[in-house]
Structures are given as structure tokens and as C-alpha cells.
Design a protein around this ligand. Sequence first.
Ligand SMILES: Cc1cc2nc3c(=O)[nH]c(=O)nc-3n(C[C@H](O)[C@H](O)[C@H](O)COP(=O)(O)O)c2cc1C
Length: 493
Amino acid sequence: VIVLRDSTLREGLDVPGLRFSLAEQLRLARNLAALGIREIEIGAPGRARQAQELHRRIKAMGLPLRTSGLVFGFGDYAAELRHAREFDRADILMPLGPRGPRTKRDKLHALTKALDEARVLGLRGPGAGLPHASRHEPGYLLEFARAARQHGATRLILYDTDGSSRPDRISALVKALKGVLPIHFHGHDDLSLAVANSLAAAQAGASFIDCTLNGLGDRAGNCPLEPLAVNLHLRAIPHGLKLRRLKAVSDLVAGWTGLRSGLFPVTGELVWQHVTRTHRGQPRLFEAFPPELVGARRKVPKRPGDLRARSAAASFEKAVRTRRSIRHFTRQRPPRSLLRRLIQDAWHAPSSMDGRPWHFVVIEDRGQLRRLADIKSLRQPAEKSGYPCGFLAEAPCAIVICVDERLSWGREVENAALAAASIMLCAHASGLGTTYLSAGRPGAPALEREVRKALGLPARIKPCVILPLGYPLETPGPKAAGSWRSRVHADAW
Ligand SMILES: Cc1cc2nc3c(=O)[nH]c(=O)nc-3n(C[C@H](O)[C@H](O)[C@H](O)COP(=O)(O)O)c2cc1C
């Protein structure tokens, strides 16, 4: 059985700006285990210590997953090696490009020395990883393979680091080297050949293949697990996966990242839809394999609708329907560029006679946040005792929306509330959380007066809404749909 090692939590996290919370990482690990994945890569060079916590949690959950990590075999790697001892396996990397020791001799020497140290430290089943291996001839790589075996390596990882190789070449390399050590292939998708190269490696006798869900990875990504697994299945190469779970796991990650094309093979949203007349009559004739194999469902819609309108509306609707008030935040301060963007978003809100009467006071000073929290708490009406406002003092920042009364024509609160709605939705869509807090209300002038004083506002500027902002430390579920239907009235009440 070929071992598919999932690297979504290592290479996948190289997608610029992509983060998964620890809870999400554990949920993913659980899903990968249920899919039948038996090894996951979690530790990157320089990140072995951070990955230890994930390793421990995976073990505490009793998941049948081997964890593995990577350590560079040159430079100051002693501490990294010690941290990597905890993983079920760790691979020592020796880049065969310009990085690391310069000459071949130096590289060979450094690799064998690091493998010796790994053995002394008790690293389990160390592999020797050769980034840029696919640029080299089999003879050159054989020397590394033999030296690695002599020094205790249990597998050889061949990296097509820049995704520039071809299936015939990968096949030749695997055939030349597999007699020395079990081969592990790691491909990138820069030229859309990662699946073809990985399949060639498998057919040539590789024992391990790296892949990521939905092909996540830096640049054009890594070898996508979904089409690779189906290709192995269709060629009767045993892979050990429960393919009917593929769609659900792929969907889970696509939902978090938004990074899967509708046309993505095997699990994309459009892959199982048949719309043209000839296809609708005999959909199976146009399918490489039945959708049930991967847990997908065939769709033969009467009308496909307008794709462009649908996808734009769907992402907006998702933000609208998943927004909730957030009252617990991490300490991390949102970048100023993001706050500026939110204010620009508000600037596009509707306002009475397009007066755009808004002013935005951005508060990051802790004393100022506490002052506002104290004012809100003191002036909170009795009926709102269930909504304490102390959390405002714990937020990393806040935006107070004020309006210029001369540009508002008596519609101060409406104008401010519409700007607030834009900020709240855009903040949520950007991963931030907030809660609407009124800065004043009719019949209670003290609240407005005190906020005005704390912010030093001129007489004509009215404070209306306080929006604490930060990264959520809570994830309230979506709200129940409720009985909105009974509130809809046709033409009159
Ligand atoms: C006009 C207005 C005033 C609000 N005042 C407060 C408040 O004083 N304290 C608070 O914690 N939340 C306040 N909220 C937030 C609401 O409690 C919250 O929107 C509501 O419970 C629905 O929850 P959701 O935002 O998660 O959908 C206010 C919301 C609005 C629209």
C-alpha cells in the first residue's frame, strides 16, 4: 500500500496569509484519520517547537496518525532536532540547490553528520530529504541515497521543489534509487504536473507520496490529494483511503480557505453538474468515475442560473448570515491598514442626501478604551443588565462613529447605523469581530455628553456608535433562521 502523507498542516500553511486555529487543525487531523490517512506532516524547518503542541494533542486524542516534521541538516539545528524527537518521524533536509553547504562533498558530509546526531538523540525513523532533487541526474542522487542509508536514514524524500519536472523523469529517478532506500516523492504544481509526477512516482515504485487537501501550498500549491487518490484507485494502486469521505474533507478545507475552484477535479462545486442537453440525457457517458466514489452527488439542474451573480451573492450572503456579536477578543491588534479599509467600506454606505456626515475616531489607547467602557457601564439602563459593556476595555481597539449634525438633516442615528453595518459585515468577512454599542440614546443625554467629553468632540459632532474591534476569541454559532415568514406582509399588513 502506498502511503499518502498529508502535508496540509505544513505545506498547506505556506499559502500566503493562511492560518488555521489549533481547534481547526485538530478537527482536520480527525477528518484525515477518518479518511484513512496514516501520516501527517506538521513540523516545518524552524517550527518544530510550535508543532509539538499539535503533536501532543493529536496523540492525546488517540488518533491513528503518525506525525512527522522537517529539520534542516545544516546550520544551528541542535535545538530543532531535540524538539523533533517527539514526532513519530522526522526528516533531515539537505537542499541540493544553492541553499546550505556549497559543494557536493560538503552537502554529503553535513547530511551524514546530521543523521548521526539524529540517531544519537533518538529521532525515530529519520528520513533524508533532498529539496531540488529532480534537477539532478540519478548518479548524483545515488551517492546521497547510499550515504544516507549508511548513516541510518529509513527513506529518501525526492523533492520536485519548483514543480518543473516531468513524469518520465520522476519515473526514472524513482527506479534508479528505490533499490537503495524506500522512496518518498514530494511534488509541486507550478506546471500542473504534480498529480502526473506523483502518479509516475507511485507507478515506478515509490512507497510514500506527499499531498495536500485541495492542493494547498505556496505558489501554485502542492500535489492535490483528491485527484491523486482517485487516479491511484483507477489504476488499482492500493492507497488505504476511504474515498467516499474525500468530498466532505475537501469541502471542510474549502469552506475555511475559500481556495478551491469550482472546476477543481473530483470535488469542485461544478464538477458533477451536467447542463448541456446531450450531457443531461446520459451524464455517465461524460464522467471519468461515478460521483458516489468520492461522496459527491450528480446534479442535473433544469436551469444553471447566472454563475457570476450566484458566486458573488453567495460570498456576501455567507458574511451576512454568519456574523455574530463578538465580546471576547485576542490581544492581537488589527493592522491599521485593515482599520483604514473598514473605514473606506463605511464611506460607501448610503446616507441622507449623500451627506456622508461621518467622522471616525479610531481608539487604540488602553486608557481611552477603559474610559469609554466605564461610561457605557455606568450609563447602561437597568433593562440591559444582561449586556455588560466591560468587554470594551479588553478590546484591542475600537472605532467610534460620529456624525456632523450640519450634514445629517436630523438623520444622525440612521446615517451612523448604516456606516456601522458596513463596518460590522466587512470586519466579519476579514476575520475580525465586533459588537454594536450605542454612544447615545434619546432621553438619556448623560451617555452622549460623557462620550463626547472623553473624545473631545466639537459641539456639532454627535457620537452615535461604538464598535470594539479585534480577532474573536469566541465563535458563536449561526443564528436559527426563526419565523421570519410570519413577518412578511403582502402589499398591506
Ligand atoms: C442598537 C443596538 C444596541 C446594542 N447595544 C448593545 C449593548 O449595549 N451591549 C451589548 O453587549 N450588545 C449590544 N448590542 C448587540 C446586540 O445585543 C446583538 O446584536 C444582539 O444580541 C444579536 O446578536 P448578534 O449580533 O450576535 O446577531 C446592540 C445592538 C444594537 C443594534
